[in-house]
Every structure is written in C-alpha cells, then in structure tokens.
Ligand binder design. Structure first.
Ligand SMILES: Nc1ncnc2c1ncn2[C@@H]1O[C@H](COP(=O)(O)OP(=O)(O)O)[C@@H](O)[C@H]1O
Ligand SMILES: [Mg+2]
Length: 388
C-alpha cells in the first residue's frame, strides 16, 4: 500500500515487520546517524540486487511497519518478492536482516548488538565429549558474566537430562517445529534457566525434543512444499528471534552428519562484519585413530558446505578429551598428530576425570558441583580459547 509523500519525492509504504527487527533497525539507524527510510531504501535495493537467496526469517507475529521510499521502489520490490516466491513481509524482513548484518553497530567491534557469538560443538562420533564441552563452556561463559543459551540439538537429550531439564514431548511446540516454520508460540517459553547464583540467571537451556529424530525427514518435506526455503538456514531462522537476549549461543550437535549438522554449521558461519574466530566450530576428539577418520569426514563436510553456500566456517579449535598417556603409543602419537595440525589449534587436553561423571550422575552443572576441579578449569580454558 502506498500514498504520496508531502514533498512528492517519496511515497508512504505500509507493510509488516517483526517487532524485534523494527527495534533493531531503529537502534542501528540511530547509531549510524541515518534516517530509517534511507536504511530501508538501501536494504531493499541491496536485497533485490543479491544473486543468492537470503535465509528465511521468522515473521510470525510481524507488526505494522510503514516508511517512505522513492516512488516505484516498492512496486519493483514486490515484483522481486513474487519472482523469489516469498511474501512481501518475508522479503522486507530479509532485506532489513541483511542490512543489519552488513551495517554492524559501531559499539560492538564489528559484530552487531543483536548478534551473539555462536559456538557449534560437533563431531559425528558419539562419546567424545560434545555434551560435556557444550555444558561446561556454557557454564564458564555464564560464570564470567555472559548471557548464555545452550541449545540441546541432539534428540537423545543427554544435555537436558544431565542438567535436570525435562525433554520436550513429541508434537509439542519445539525447536524442530520452529525450524520447519511451524512454530506455535514463542521459543522463549520453552527455555529453562539453570538456577545457581554462580550463573546469576544467565545460563539458559533450550531442551531437546523427541521430534528431533524426525528432523531430516520433516525438513525435506518443508523444503519441497515451500519455495525459497533453505534447509541449511532452518536453525538460523528459528534462533534469530532469540539472539538479542544472548551474548553466546552454544549448539550441542547430534552424532551425525545429516541436515542437523549442516544447519548447525551454517548457523556458526562467519557473518558479514563479524571478526574471524568469534563464531564457528569446536570439535572434541579422542587421541585414537578412529577419531582422526571421523575428523576428516567432518572437515570434508564443512568444506563442501562452505563451497556450496559460499560461506566461511571458522574452526575455533579441538578439545582432546579423555586423554590417557598410559594407553601408550597410539594415544601419545595421536595427540602429537592433533597438535601438529596447528589450525585448528588444540584448546585443551583433558584427562578422564571423575568429577565430570559424578556431576552427570548428580544431574548438576559441573561448575556448581566441582567448581575448583581440573575438569571445571579445563572448561574455562576451552571457553577462553574459543573466543577471540
Ligand atoms: N573428560 C572427561 N572425563 C570423564 N568423563 C567424561 C569426560 N568427558 C566426557 N565424559 C563422559 O563421557 C560420556 C560421553 O561424553 P559426552 O559429552 O556425552 O559425549 P558426546 O556428547 O560426544 O556423545 C559422558 O558420560 C560424559 O560425562
Ligand atoms: Mg552428546
């Protein structure tokens, strides 16, 4: 809908935009000393000029939004939306989101106020310590004053279980329903705060859901039904609305190389304007040969994803876990091999420590159960090392 601008060189455009994006746009435009209408003009023009589709943005509950644009621009924009098979609201939301990415807040060293550091803890091999590292570094960041969300992205729900958080029942609103664009309510309502004064209400968990076992199949169906739906961007679409609430978001990945892993890697890619080594992947490994094979498969998947989608995923580092030099030559030479990679760097070498297993048994955060243990210290070391 358009109506003439008083001085004739712009027309009023009435559309819809999620309130979080409206707020972010208002703040960013003020920070950059721009008029909102000029920011939106650039956002729309750039979006129309982009050759590759932008990730879908969650637009449920979008509110009325109006601005002033040069005559004809909105009509051209609507044509582009039709060509790309997206609604006008979705097109505008993508334009504004991309503009925010491309125009970071001057106060945050290049990364925007609404963009948390994203740490993807992954390895398709089970039992290497993904969950222990995800939980441990989450606690370390929260202890250090950061607002942290740990996403239990493994449908087995070990992380939720270990922290005493109930898993979400099948067919209930969940991360999976939001990833498929079928979210019923606000994802925030599902988040649980870990209560310990040490974390000052800053440590949050998004519990696993049983529906996660069906994620690959569900996403494939949605991708066939919805034009413009990009499978790899599904996690990003679901989590974006929460990002302004957090400084760090950690994804505890499932032990697989399926679509969930791709979506997690894509979520951890380096965004426009973001510094190297802030977001990316942390890989727990063991000092044994099968771990080396698993690592090369994961590295290949990361390379393929980066090439296919023209993105960059930073390696934040390796954690050599459950290390025991008494296992002899295989253990010691494997450790040397990990170290000799250089990039990714080894963030920590951690032994088989009883406090980790005891904390799990007691369903307590490690840093609450044994704050002065070597294991807790190792988690703080990994957290520090994985932040630029
Ligand atoms: N450094 C460690 N010392 C002792 N036990 C550990 C250590 N790291 C992980 N564990 C335990 O080993 C098991 C597997 O670790 P987990 O983090 O669940 O691996 P993954 O998530 O990769 O499957 C868990 O019971 C965990 O508590
Ligand atoms: Mg796990």
């Amino acid at each position: 809908m358009t109506s003439p601008y008083p001085d004739g060189d712009r027309e009023k455009v009435a559309s819809k935009l999620p309130s979080a994006l409206q707020q972010a746009l208002k703040i960013r435009a003020a920070e950059l000393a721009l008029d909102i209408q000029d920011a939106v003009e650039v956002a729309i023009t750039d979006w129309r000029a982009r050759a590759t589709p932008s990730p879908e943005v969650e637009t449920a509950g979008a509110k009325s939004f109006s601005t002033w644009l040069p005559p004809g621009l909105y009509e051209d924009f609507k044509d582009s939306c039709t060509t790309r098979g997206v609604s006008y609201t979705q097109g505008l939301a993508q334009s504004v989101r991309d503009w925010l990415d491309a125009n970071p807040s001057p106060q945050h060293g290049g990364s925007s106020a609404t963009e948390p550091e994203r740490k993807i803890v992954g390895n398709q091999k089970g039992g290497v310590g993904k969950t222990a590292v995800s939980a441990g570094i989450g606690q370390a960041y929260a202890e250090a004053g950061k607002r942290v969300l740990i996403v239990d992205f493994d449908p087995q729900g070990h992380l939720s279980e270990q922290l005493g958080v109930p898993q979400i029942e099948p067919d209930h609103d969940s991360l999976v329903s939001h990833m498929c664009g079928e979210g019923q309510g606000d994802l925030r309502d599902l988040i649980v705060t870990i209560e310990d004064p040490r974390f000052g209400k800053r440590l949050h968990v998004l519990p696993a859901c049983f529906d996660g076992f069906l994620l690959d199949a569900k996403i494939a169906v949605v991708a066939m039904q919805k034009r413009g739906f990009q499978k790899e961007a599904a996690l990003e679409m679901a989590l974006r609305p929460l990002e302004a609430d957090y400084d760090v978001i950690i994804i505890d990945c499932p032990p697989s190389l399926g679509i969930a892993m791709d979506a997690a890697l894509y979520y951890g890619r380096r965004r426009r304007g973001e510094h190297t080594g802030v977001s990316g992947v942390i890989i727990p490994v063991l000092a044994e040969d099968s771990s080396a094979t698993a690592y090369s498969m994961l590295a290949q998947q990361i390379e393929d994803l980066c090439e296919d989608l023209s993105v960059e995923v930073d390696y934040l580092g390796l954690v050599v876990n459950l290390y025991d030099s008494r296992r002899g030559y295989v253990a010691t030479s494997s450790l040397e091999n990990w170290k000799s990679l250089g990039d990714p760097k080894v963030l920590a070498i951690i032994g088989d420590l009883k406090e980790q297993r005891e904390a799990v048994r007691k369903r307590m955060p490690l840093l609450s159960y044994a704050p002065h243990s070597d294991q807790a210290e190792a988690m703080r070391q990994v957290a520090r090392g994985a932040t630029r």
